[in-house]
Every structure is written in structure tokens, then in C-alpha cells.
Design a protein around this ligand. Structure first.
Ligand code: 0PR
Length: 356
């Protein structure tokens, strides 16, 4: 085998329909390259990237409706969700549990595993949103955290966050909102999911998804400083004396890329992108519906539809990067790189697949 021949090349995005990642904004790509060797985990040694992070967190606060936010740019949604569970556990006494809808991302299973807390999953309703009564049934005096999702991974649904906040308050638990994917599109909708709308303690909002920042760039935000204090460990030999993050050395590329993306896009660029993505999702849903497939209504730019196995496989063989929900529906995420032209090509291939 000739190993020398091929120059490694990154994935092209022209057939990627299932990913929650996308091409970074050009300014974000440039900033990421410039800050590749800076470590925001050591702010006293790398103050420039640390200053960018402080500004980025301020702007992320604007995105999620929070004045005076506390948080950081980490490795992604998994880390932020682990940190939300960790903060709740550290602030509670004894053995605790976490109650989440079954639509919650699998990162909560990792969080429960590494932190040794019980994860209780409540069934969702027919609309794929958290069933508040089912969540309330599972919550008790040992519940440290109630989780709501604003933009679910499989169907793009937004849980009733204020009602989940009431459940949390009723058992003296904290409320975490996972807006890892939805955080950058939801500000342009009229839903009550933000820190300003409900007693949210912590939130996940990922620049490396809809935020158009380079990977790795996850956002963890908290309403108060005590949350970060509860996460901090002493760092005696660094010039800064405590570290609340889960990672130690962190990505300067992610932080600087996030800062640049926010600078370029918040709010107008993100609003335009939301409108384009939502229009594409509505178009795809209408076309699939017209072809006779069962479609889950895209309340955010994510379309799920029942497509038979042989057609799904044929599309994959045509090079489309597509995935399925746990119940087997085709799932298309209308990320910024997904254009109307791509969807037209995809539908043409679907029609051909249906005939063979
Ligand atoms: N919370 C939600 C709501 C998510 O959708 C995800 C990731 C996470 C948390 C975890 O985020 P990180 O992966 O940044 O830790 N959801 C995507 C998924 O599982 C992740 C993904 C992204 C998968 C791009 C594939 C891909 O190409 O589908």
C-alpha cells in the first residue's frame, strides 16, 4: 500500500447533514491559529488570552440573558454538563441524585458515572419535551439538580424551563439548562428559556456548535460566583491560586476563536444565520412531508423524519453524512454550512433512492 500518496485533508462539509459542528467563521479560524499556544488555564502567564476569555464570557452572558455572568470556555458541552452536576453535588450534603428528561444528552450519563451520583431519567411527552409531572415524580429531598434542555440533540425541542425551575425550587435543588446546541439560535425566538426567564443556576452554551467557533469551545455559565467557588481547587504553585475548570491546560484556540466569532456575529450575524437555518429546516420538512414521509415538526433548525432503512443506506452510500435518532428517524441538523442547494441535492438523491 502506498502510504505516501495522500495528503491528509479535513472533512469537507458539502454533504455533512448530521453534525452539530460547522465551519468556523473566518475571523474565528484566524484568531484560533494566532492563539494556538496560549493556555487560558494559566491566566497569570497568559494574560492576553485570559482577557479575551473574560470578554467572551461577558458576551455569552448577553446571549443567555445573564448580567454579570461567571463561567469559562471549556472543551465542550460534555465538560459543562459534568461541571453543572459537580457544582450541584459539591453544594449539597450526602448522596444526591440528578433528575433529567430522557431527552438529555448522554453526557449526563458520563457526569453521573464520574461523579458517582444517581441519574434519574423522566419520560418525555409526545411532543418530545420534558414532562414536568414525570420530572416532579422523580424529584425528592436528595435531588441536587434538575436538568432542562433548550434544544435537544435529537429533535431540537425546548423543555418548559420555568416549570422545571418550580420543580427544582420545590425540592430545594438547583436548575441547569443544557443549551449546548440551542443557545445561539434561541435568543431569536420568543421562548422563556434564559437566565432572565427562570431561576436557572447554570447553563451550557457551546460556541463550537451554532456559535461558529472552532473546536474545542464549550461554554459553562453560572449565575453566581459561589458556583465557581464550589468547583475550585487550590493551585498552590501557579500564580493564580484556584482553578474552577475541569480541564487544566485549555485551548487558547477555542477561547480566542470564541471571542472572534462573538465579536463578528453577536447579535446580527447569529440572527441572520438562525433565519437562514430555520428557513432551510422548514423547507426540508415541507418537502419530506410532501413526499409522504412522517416528519417531526422542526421548532428549531433540526428535522427528523421516518425514512426507510434501504433509502437511508442508499443516501449514506451517496456520501451523505446522516444519522438517526434512537427511534430510527433520519436526523438533519441545519447548521450554518447547510445550504438550500445542499438540501435540493439531498432531496434529489432521496427521490432516486426511493425508486431503486
Ligand atoms: N448537550 C447537547 C444538547 C448536545 O447536543 C451535545 C452534543 C452535548 C451536550 C455534548 O457536547 P460536546 O459533544 O461538545 O461535548 N451533541 C452532538 C451529538 O451527540 C455532538 C456531536 C457533534 C456529534 C458533532 C456529532 C458531530 O459530528 O449529536
Amino acid at each position: 500500500m502506498n502510504r505516501a500518496a495522500a495528503t491528509p485533508a479535513p472533512q469537507e462539509f458539502d454533504r455533512v447533514l448530521s453534525s452539530m459542528c460547522t465551519e468556523p467563521h473566518p475571523a474565528a479560524r484566524e484568531a484560533a491559529v494566532a492563539f494556538l499556544a496560549d493556555n487560558p488555564g494559566d491566566p497569570a502567564t497568559y494574560p492576553a488570552v485570559s482577557d479575551l476569555e473574560a470578554e467572551a464570557v461577558e458576551t455569552l452572558g448577553d446571549v443567555v440573558g445573564l448580567d454579570d455572568p461567571h463561567g469559562y470556555v471549556g472543551s465542550g458541552g460534555t465538560e459543562a454538563n459534568i461541571q453543572a452536576v459537580r457544582a450541584a453535588r459539591n453544594l449539597a450534603d450526602g448522596d444526591v441524585n440528578v433528575v433529567a428528561p430522557e431527552s438529555a444528552h448522554f453526557s449526563f450519563q458520563k457526569a453521573a458515572g464520574v461523579l458517582d451520583v444517581e441519574l434519574r431519567l423522566a419520560p418525555t411527552g409526545d411532543d418530545h419535551r420534558a414532562d414536568v409531572a414525570a420530572v416532579a415524580d422523580l424529584a425528592d429531598d436528595d435531588t441536587a439538580l434538575v436538568v432542562g434542555v433548550a434544544g435537544t440533540t435529537e429533535y431540537g425541542r425546548v423543555d418548559p424551563i420555568p416549570e422545571l425551575g418550580e420543580v427544582a425550587a420545590g425540592v430545594d435543588a438547583r436548575l441547569h439548562v443544557d443549551a449546548a446546541w440551542g443557545g445561539f439560535v434561541l435568543p431569536f425566538t420568543d421562548r422563556d428559556w434564559s437566565f432572565a426567564d427562570a431561576p436557572v443556576d447554570t447553563m451550557t452554551v457551546d460556541p463550537h456548535k451554532m456559535g461558529q467557533a472552532p473546536i474545542p469551545a464549550g461554554g459553562f455559565l453560572a449565575r453566581d460566583a459561589e458556583t465557581l467557588d464550589a468547583l475550585a481547587v487550590d493551585t498552590p504553585y501557579l500564580e493564580s491560586d484556584a482553578q474552577p475548570t475541569l480541564g487544566g491546560t485549555r485551548s487558547g484556540a477555542g477561547v480566542a476563536g470564541t471571542h472572534a466569532a462573538l465579536d463578528a456575529l453577536w447579535p446580527d450575524g447569529y440572527r441572520d444565520q438562525y433565519e437562514r437555518s430555520q428557513a432551510n429546516a422548514d423547507y426540508l420538512a415541507a418537502e419530506l412531508d410532501a413526499r409522504g414521509y412522517d416528519v417531526v415538526d422542526p421548532v428549531l433548525p433540526l428535522v427528523a423524519a421516518d425514512v426507510p432503512d434501504d433509502e437511508f443506506e442508499s443516501l449514506r452510500n451517496d456520501g451523505w453524512r446522516i444519522s438517526r435518532t434512537a427511534s430510527g428517524e433520519l436526523r438533519v441538523v441545519c447548521m450554518p454550512h447547510v445550504t438550500r442547494g445542499m438540501l435540493e441535492d439531498f432531496l434529489a438523491d432521496l427521490s432516486a433512492a426511493g425508486r431503486t
